[in-house]
Design a protein around this ligand. Sequence first.
Ligand SMILES: Cc1cn([C@H]2C[C@H](O)[C@@H](COP(=O)(O)OP(=O)(O)O[C@H]3O[C@H](C)C(=O)[C@H](O)[C@H]3O)O2)c(=O)[nH]c1=O
Length: 182
Amino acid sequence: MKVIPLKLEDAKIIEPVVHGDHRGFFMESYNEQIMKENGIDHAFIQDNQSLSAEAGVIRGLHYQLNPKAQTKLIRVLSGAIYDVILDIRKSSPTFGQWVGVILSEHNRRQLLVPKGFAHGFCTLVPNTQVLYKVDEYYSPKNDRGIMWNDPALGIDWPTSHAILSEKDQKHPALADANINFD
Ligand SMILES: Cc1cn([C@H]2C[C@H](O)[C@@H](COP(=O)(O)OP(=O)(O)O[C@H]3O[C@H](C)C(=O)[C@H](O)[C@H]3O)O2)c(=O)[nH]c1=O
């Protein structure tokens, strides 16, 4: 497994070992021991899966408030996404900064999203399925969002016509968001 650090501290790209042969491939998509050996030690307790039928679906930017903040380990089963994480840790030197990475069924890359980050993605192709592990249960009362197109962030979403949920059309800008991460 290869771990690639990102400019936002604690966020990482993970590249599992892929065993290809004439039939296709096999990979251990998650191995707790190998993760721990690479300094990634989270007690993931819930697996999530979403399907987006069209390209241009944007889900996010979501986070759960403390004490229900989630670490997320994101991967793409089919299709491709432009995955974005935003640092919302108030004391972080990279507060308000974001990075975008492409995760796809072809690059098989995974993204580790630490607590204190808002997370979202834009699908790049139809019928994209995203799987992710979280280390805290879903908590509707702590579920929050930041507007995907906050002008202060300038996220370069790869779509000219975002397909959004009702909820994702109504989030506040970062400057107005309820954040309780130090
Ligand atoms: C997140 C979640 C949702 N739900 C229910 C709540 C709604 O009835 C339905 C759809 O939820 P939502 O519209 O929040 O789903 P997404 O827009 O895909 O949001 C997710 O995608 C972005 C990119 C994230 O990073 C978040 O983890 C997560 O919020 O599933 C559950 O039952 N359990 C859950 O853990």
